[in-house]
Write a new protein. Sequence first.
Length: 547
Amino acid sequence: MDAARLLVKTLEAEGVEYVFGIPGEENIHFVDALNDSPIRYVLVRHEQAAAFMAEMYGRLTGKAGVASATLGPGAINLQLGVADATTNSTPVVAITAQVGLDRIYKESHQVVDLVSLFRPITKWADLVPAAEALPEMLRKAFKTAQTERPGAVYLAIPEDVESAQVADDLTPLRVNVVRPQDPSPGQVARAAEVLAGARHPIILAGHGASRAGASAALVRFSEQLGLPVATTFNGKGVFPDDHRHALGAVGFMRHDYVNFGFDEADVLISVGYELQEFDPVKINPHGDKKIIHIHQFPAEVDDHYPVEVGIQGDISRSLDALAAAAPRRFAVNGTGEKIRRLIQEEMEEAAADDAFPLSPRRVVADIRAAMGREDIVLADTGAVKMWMARMYPTYEPNTMLVSNGLSSMGFSVPGALAAKLAFPERKVLAATGDGAFLMNSQEIETAVRERIPMVVLVWVDDAYGLIEWKMDLELGRSSNIAFGNPDFVKYAEAFGARGYQITTADELLPTLRKALDDDTVSVIAVPVDYSANLELTNKLGELTGPF
């Protein structure tokens, strides 16, 4: 058989269901071999979108998503999504073509050192030197991508390697899975000693807790010890926002309500938190809090994140062990209740706000009313992310997705397509600004052609709203942020999707419900008034403690 078929057999052995990509002249054998495989090749319209799809699939399933491209410009187009996956701790295997070994050593057409380009943004990057190396290198790629801390890997396959003949008895390697270890009893005992002397401990749950499936253990731990829980933006949902111990999400640009819970704390129990999610100076400005770091790998070093005790191992088992060893229980103070009440009041006010264009709060409230507890919303980077991450109540892990490692714009539309493939029984919504939408809006055609129903809600303000917000805050004026937009209804219809234009505040919720119930692709354009941005940051800037 040829090496391309061996490559496909190896992907099948790894449990791959989808390959997202665009074929090129140099990998036609691989694309052709997929025709005889149960693996579904999802033809996209831009390689960047293929990488974002692979990332979101990997984030939701825990299995490495696979993105494919040709050499040169096709491979380079994958890089943003690949870097986004690595910085968001998400397993992805990116595979591209490369020129043949017969000319890679010299200046030649489309020759670029792709391995060197991908190495800084991946856990591992290499070139496949011979067809016989495919089983070992693919096994290493998936093992590396999926092992904590997960991330992207990259393999370049030269054109003459892909088309080479290999022995029929060459087969994929057996898949072995790295198992999380039990926590060290000594580290658990040390952490229990720290808790014994604590006055106001608080839990911060991050993306790693979601990846580890530690939601149930986290709830048990909080209830058994009587501890409040805040999450990062990436960790939203790992602790349900309607739980009596929930404080909400931390990471907003100003000192938000939830930050007051950290102001009171002397011990921070960090569960699955990773430094790239947000700067710990926001919750430990003086670097004086004692930190118990619970994760499957050691903490990164930071002046504002001095780890007193690190518990490395399976997160659920670590939480249960620490709960059993803790010498005392705590009484949750009234701060959490106040925080939840303030956010709830904002949501109730938002739901009754009939102003048009709509306030961002009203949009968030209507999205929450339209989505079920396990439905998935992807909030693109921009002002949308700030409002959704801060206000959108989330109840299950990985049901409100943002990019907070690299904060890439344009991931939500292709990401929503992958989310629907990962969980076809759930409703999926991409919430995106008009700037981010047009960065990868071509994938509406992909969703229509592939019959993947999803809804895109475009927050329209004819500007890069988050940059305008930041400029207004720091400079007192904004510039070079405004642009024009197409007729979004006609734009959607041109791709074969359904388009909706919101003209009054009371149209949004019924339109969302209808679009989410339809078995098709829909684009909803909603004008948004971002004057609420400065109102919010000014209000939060005036808050003082104690809370």
